[in-house]
Design a protein around this ligand. Structure first.
Ligand code: DOR
Ligand code: ZN
Length: 339
């Protein structure tokens, strides 16, 4: 068995880099692992204008240093104008727009309250080939939190894909068999990102020996049956599934709290975490497609030049990195990204 894996430089198609002091702490971890990343716009206030996104991109450049390209997204609200989306795309600022159902997750209060409100935007995006990134969960309080993704697919996503058949849609951070099946049977303009945590954890992990705030993210991890379905999709070799870490750092106090924030900080060992899964599934030869080809191809961007190498070496993930608790804290992983 080989002791190194060399793949084309990968990208992260879904990450939260935050702003201010948190951005300064986390940006270099993503930049070390990835050439490009799609940066989520759920700041306070949300990134809704081309000017805000351009300025945020500059702050990311300053924090991450050279050699890393942040790709910016527009935060859709009930009032987003199609013109703002077109303008940002023409100016080379937006790569995609993000649909947060209002109240679905962190800083989604300004999100979309009814999908009808963004129909003109979806129409325009379909026309100009702009990707829609979707947080796929309904927010109705009578829907069980573990069912919110499956219900979203049924009530919102299926009709949307039918009504906008040429719209490019990425269902983000899929967590269920229903999501994996929906994407598999949808046309080629519908894809999904998959996080490391949804490949490693099932919902038992939330309660293993006590309440585990660092395993809490949204969409929440699901039953084992669903984890296995998402794993199967990730290692299927299908170009519809690609890497999106959803690394979402929160201060330790905000996680370890009576009302802890959702989000897992997985950036420092992201590739290593995915490699562990692909190895367990005897699919290391498919890691490169998932990490470095499928996303770029879907977004219509060139694949990166250059390569990265993972070396087989046991590494224990620190309990804390820059004051944050990383995914896999205190666990041992068997690959490490060289350099
Ligand atoms: O766990 C999550 N954290 N899921 C999201 O959708 C948002 C993210 C965050 O921004 O903290
Ligand atoms: Zn996210």
């Amino acid at each position: 068995m080989s002791d190194t894996i060399t793949i084309r430089r990968p990208d992260d198609w879904h990450v939260h880099l935050r702003d201010g002091p948190m951005l300064a702490r986390v940006a270099r971890h993503t930049a070390r692992q990835f050439a490009r990343a799609i940066v989520m716009p759920n700041l306070v206030p949300p990134v809704t204008t081309v000017e805000q996104a351009g300025a945020y991109r500059e702050r990311i450049h300053a924090a991450a240093g050279p050699g890393f390209a942040p790709l910016m997204t527009a935060y859709l609200t009930d009032r987003t104008s199609p013109e703002e989306l077109s303008r940002g795309q023409e100016e080379g600022v937006w790569i995609a727009a993000k649909l947060y159902p209002a109240g679905a997750t962190t800083n989604s209060e300004s999100g979309v309250t009814d999908i009808v409100n963004i129909r003109p935007c979806l129409e325009r995006m379909q026309q100009i080939g702009m990707v829609l990134c979707v947080h796929g969960e309904v927010t109705e309080p009578d829907v069980d939190v573990f069912d919110r993704e499956a219900v979203f697919i049924e009530r919102i996503l299926e009709p949307m894909v039918r009504d906008f058949p040429a719209l490019k849609v990425v269902l983000e951070h899929i967590t269920t068999r229903q999501a994996a099946d929906f994407v598999a049977s949808a046309p080629a303009n519908v894809a999904a990102t998959i996080t490391p945590q949804h490949l490693h954890l099932n919902r038992n992990a939330l309660f293993a020996g006590g309440l585990r705030p660092h395993a809490y993210c949204l969409p929440v991890v699901k039953r084992e049956e669903h984890r296995l379905a998402v794993r199967k999709a990730a290692v299927s070799g299908s170009p519809k599934y690609f890497l999106g870490t959803d690394s979402a750092p929160h201060a330790r106090e905000a996680k370890e709290s009576a009302c802890g924030c959702a989000g897992i900080f997985n950036a420092p060992f992201a590739l290593e975490s995915y490699a562990a899964v692909f190895e367990e599934e005897s699919a290391l030869d498919l890691l490169e497609g998932f990490a470095s080809h499928h996303g770029a191809d879907f977004y219509g961007l060139p694949r990166n030049e250059g390569t990265v190498t993972l070396q087989r070496t046991e590494v224990v993930v620190p309990a804390e990195i820059d004051g944050l608790v990383p995914f896999h804290a205190c666990e041992s992983l068997s690959w490490r990204l060289a350099g």
